[in-house]
Write a protein that binds this ligand. Structure first.
Ligand code: CAA
Length: 284
């Protein structure tokens, strides 16, 4: 549907990225975060993303100004009206997400979609906290959202075909390729990616090689844009540990046990790029 009203809750890196691709796709976008400065930061991220597209000649001044004209910002979900698709991109905390879904339930039109960008929380459980589980779906974007080609669409136990088709169509209008996953821990991408990152942490802990050796081996040996330790720092070691723990508990198999070194770094507050230190150190 052209001109869909998309509400994005959470103006962090993921939320701002989702808002950016929705604006470029021609949607009217409401971006919500709890505090004014978080919203402003999100808008700054979108503007910076547009500047990159301008520099590459992928967006002209008129299109940028039209896209920014379709953006509105709020500090409460209840202030937004007549939403076609609500996309939640807040912190990976089930209670917080369930609260956001109850708010979305109140502002998304009948027949609309309530999507979550969760990387690990079961869609079926989030859906059960609303009055319309058939309208709830997982729409898992990859980081950085404007650059990465993929969206994983995850159907919960009750997700309707109509919800699935609308979500898929929106992701495709955003220029993304869609894969469909069942609602099991880690979905497809993280089910395969997180064990690799966790194994790289074990390799480092066991002294198999230095961090640089491990990353260079995987970058040049398997043609990846980043080595696994570098990618773990990029995603955030707290996030990697959280997803690994969800998979370990949810799948009940010891092969998914999180690496003690990863746990120790998170205990130390070494979350990767965002905190300035992880497997590597970063300049602010
Ligand atoms: N908006 C628009 N364009 C953007 C942009 C933005 N916000 N940010 C970057 N770009 C563009 C740049 O202009 C550049 O364009 P060209 O290719 O046309 O020159 C391109 O994107 C690449 O950007 P950079 O040159 O800044 O970056 P790079 O070449 O060093 O690549 C990277 C950076 C894309 C992050 C690359 O290292 C990479 O692909 N890394 C792996 C990322 C990955 O695996 N992500 C998935 C993580 S898993 C996940 O997200 C799921 C989960 O639940 C944990």
């Amino acid at each position: 549907m052209a001109n869909e009203h998309v509400l994005v809750v959470g103006a962090g890196q993921m939320g701002a990225g989702i808002a950016q691709v929705a604006l470029v796709a021609g949607c009217h976008v409401s971006l919500v975060d709890a505090a004014d400065d978080a919203v402003l930061k999100g808008v700054g991220r979108i503007r910076a993303g547009f500047a990159k597209l301008r520099k590459k000649g992928k967006l002209d001044a008129a299109a940028e100004s039209a896209a920014l004209g379709r953006l509105e910002t709020h500090t409460a979900v209840r202030d937004v009206r007549e939403v076609d698709v609500g996309i939640e991109a807040v912190v990976e905390n089930e209670e917080v997400k369930k609260r956001v879904f109850q708010e979305l339930d109140a502002v998304v039109r009948p027949g609309g979609v309530l999507a979550t960008n969760t990387s690990s929380i079961p869609i079926t459980r989030v859906a059960a906290s609303t009055r319309r589980p058939e309208a709830v779906i997982g729409m898992h974007f990859m980081n950085p959202v404007p650059v990465m080609q993929l969206v994983e669409v995850i159907r919960g136990a009750a997700t309707s075909d109509e919800t699935y088709q609308r979500t898929r169509a929106l992701a495709e209008r955003m220029g993304k390729t869609v894969v469909t996953s069942k609602d099991f821990p880690g979905f497809i991408v993280n089910r395969i990616l997180i064990p690799m990152l966790n194994e790289a942490a074990y390799a480092l802990m066991e002294g198999l090689g230095t961090a640089e050796d491990i990353d260079t081996a995987m970058k040049l040996g398997t043609n990846q844009p980043m080595g696994p330790l570098q990618l773990a720092d990029f995603i955030g070691l707290d996030t990697v540990l959280f997803i690994a723990t969800v998979m370990h508990q949810g799948l009940g198999d010891p092969k998914y046990r999180p690496c003690p070194l990863l746990r120790q770094y998170v205990d130390a507050g070494w979350f990767g790029r965002k905190s300035g230190r992880g497997f590597y150190t970063y300049q602010p």
